[in-house]
Design a protein around this ligand. Sequence first.
Ligand SMILES: [Zn+2]
Length: 128
Amino acid sequence: MSYSEILLDNFEHPRNPGNPAPDDTGRGIARWPVCGDLAAIFVKVEGGRVVRFKHKVTGCGVALACASMYSTLVVGKTVEEALAITPDQLSDELGGITPTKMHAAQIVVAAARSALTNNLLQSGGEAP
Ligand SMILES: [Zn+2]
């Protein structure tokens, strides 16, 4: 199975790569030790909506494509809508991911949910 142009484009021109910022409201990290993948997600949520979603991904190119695609899906959405995104949905949006690379979608979703949940837990409290 070869990868779609959408996936290759998100890999070659990733959307919303970035670093942690002082006003992040949540951060999440997930690893896949088998191939050394690491996905770090930094989000800013305002009024229950994702206003910024940055990612730093090393390892498999598919993981970078997944983080890029996820970022384009969630900016402007509510936290609940973002949390509802699944690895299978990411795969569909990218035109299909091989089973051996599904871990890439899984770590991106795990890191993103961690970052977004961090925000939910902190809502009404101090920024982390
Ligand atoms: Zn990998």
